[in-house]
Design a protein around this ligand. Structure first.
Ligand SMILES: C[S@@+](CC[C@H](N)C(=O)[O-])C[C@H]1O[C@@H](n2cnc3c(N)ncnc32)[C@H](O)[C@@H]1O
Length: 269
């Protein structure tokens, strides 16, 4: 939806954010934006978008809070177990055969790092099975600076591990509390701030792109444009993993082979 079709007061707020923070919430679904802005407005006790815009001018901490609320950065290690099981069972063995462990991956919208670190663990698990040294690289990107700071710190409280199998927890984290990611995992993952709407892919071509629970916040046209960009950024035979929350439409369908319908895993033709 373009800003012209939006509620004009909300559109004015979105424009203000774009000008001042260079972030294009224009591509986000209106319902999603409205809900999130309402949460912050309620928390601040203001009743109109105008009043809220004035508050943002005076209060930088609230501005940061709003950006964090709008970008929605909930995540966990091994989130949606079935998707990771499919990556271990189908995607990594195939890539391993073709690339001898030298796999190039991108976790787009990585939040506080649980997703790319999970991928790095599965890569090391594969290497343990085959006895090869993994030369893999995982580029991990997000727009939200605070999430990236947490990712770089690599320390997590118990809630982050609820879905992680116990053997992975023991092998890839320190025993203390909060637990830290071990160096073998950290060296595989490179974090970087990146806006998937406005910037090209960081380091193509890739063998595997994981972008889960991110596209759902964008309007359909933006989703199509991003999937086309992901497809362009894959080597032939490379995989795109969107996960259960997403649906694939648009011209990219013709350039992708469906690998797993439930987990929305595709490979580039
Ligand atoms: C719900 S989290 C998903 C985290 C992880 N992929 C997962 O599935 O657990 C959505 C992430 O998308 C990021 N995001 C939203 N818009 C973005 C954009 N335009 N560019 C880069 N990241 C963005 C948010 O900052 C947030 O960390």
């Amino acid at each position: 939806m373009s800003s012209r079709e939006r509620d004009p007061d909300l559109a004015a707020l979105v424009k203000k954010i774009a000008l001042e923070r260079r972030f294009g919430f224009d591509s986000y679904k209106e319902s999603c934006l409205k809900r999130r802005v309402a949460v912050r407005m309620r928390a601040c006790g203001v009743g109109s978008y105008d009043e809220y815009a004035e508050l943002l001018d005076r209060n930088n901490a609230e501005y940061e809070e709003l950006l964090a609320t709008l970008t929605i950065n909930v995540t966990k290690f091994y989130r949606n177990k079935e998707t990771w099981d499919a990556i271990s069972r189908v995607v990594l063995p195939d890539l391993w055969q073709r690339r001898s462990g030298n796999v190039r991956c991108w976790s787009a919208g990585c939040a506080s790092g649980e997703e790319p670190y999970t991928l790095a663990m599965l890569i090391l698990e594969r290497a343990r099975k085959t006895g090869e040294t993994p030369l893999a690289r995982v580029d991990a990107t997000d727009y939200d600076r605070r999430s990236l700071d947490r990712a770089l710190a690599g320390e997590y409280g118990d809630a982050a591990f609820e879905e992680l199998p116990g053997d992975l927890l023991r092998r890839y984290f320190t025993a203390d509390s909060p637990k830290s990611v071990v160096p073998a995992i950290r060296t595989i993952v490179r974090f970087r701030r990146h806006d998937i709407i406005q910037e090209p892919a960081p380091n193509p071509p890739y063998d595997l792109i994981v972008c889960r629970n991110v596209l759902i916040y964008f309007d359909r046209k933006t989703q199509q444009r991003l999937v086309a960009r992901f497809t362009d950024s894959l080597d032939p035979g490379g995989y795109l993993v969107l996960g259960r929350a997403e649906t694939l439409f648009g011209e990219s369908r013709d350039r992708l082979r469906l690998v797993d319908a439930r987990e929305r895993i595709y490979s580039r033709l």
